[in-house]
Design a protein around this ligand. Structure first.
Ligand code: HEC
Length: 146
């Protein structure tokens, strides 16, 4: 008799531990999800967000177009839909340059993302040494709005 009661209380104890374990797992899972959501958001530093475009967006669009074709099209696609030939090989949201949501970003934000990059979005500080060229690309990307 005595031993039966003991077994029962051990079982209850095991159940409690199991529930605690499941609870901790659940919390852990939630934390990881929140974390990866936060990582998705690409925060643009204030310095860039407030930058003013030093170029005249109506000039040298052909240069911007050529640079875009050379450096960006392979991933972002001709129209900026994110459907370039290399798009399937990279991770991350390429965005849709023709969308209102994308175009609602400031010139400075587009400059920052295009120039500095992150993860599979390359850094262009060495490949496009003249910052003005990056602005010309930003101006060209503006013309992809639909
Ligand atoms: C090798 C493929 C690749 C090339 C080449 C590339 N990109 Fe990207 N780009 C990416 C990826 C991947 C992301 C998403 C990055 C992320 O969110 O982590 C991205 C994101 C971006 C974004 C942000 C999109 C948004 O929705 O806000 C901009 C702007 C951008 N790229 C501009 C450019 C420009 C300009 C060039 C050329 C100078 C270029 N990219 C070349 C892969 C590429």
């Amino acid at each position: 008799m005595k031993s039966k009661i003991q077994t029962k209380s051990i079982n209850t104890a095991t159940m409690k531990t199991k529930n605690q374990f499941l609870f901790i797992m659940l919390i852990g899972f939630l934390l990881v999800s929140v974390d990866s959501y936060a990582q998705d958001e690409w925060v643009v530093p204030d310095k860039y967000e407030k930058m003013t475009n030093p170029t005249d967006p109506s000039e040298d669009l052909d240069i911007g177009k050529d640079l875009y074709k050379k450096h960006c099209q392979s991933c972002h696609g001709k129209e900026g839909y994110g459907d370039g030939t290399k798009a399937d090989d990279v991770e991350g949201d390429l965005g849709d340059f023709s969308s209102a949501e994308f175009q609602s970003q400031s010139d400075g934000a587009l400059f920052y993302k295009s120039y500095i990059g992150r993860n599979d979005m390359p850094n262009y500080e060495k490949k496009i040494p003249d910052e003005e060229d990056v602005w010309l690309i930003v101006n060209y990307i503006r013309t992809l709005a639909e």
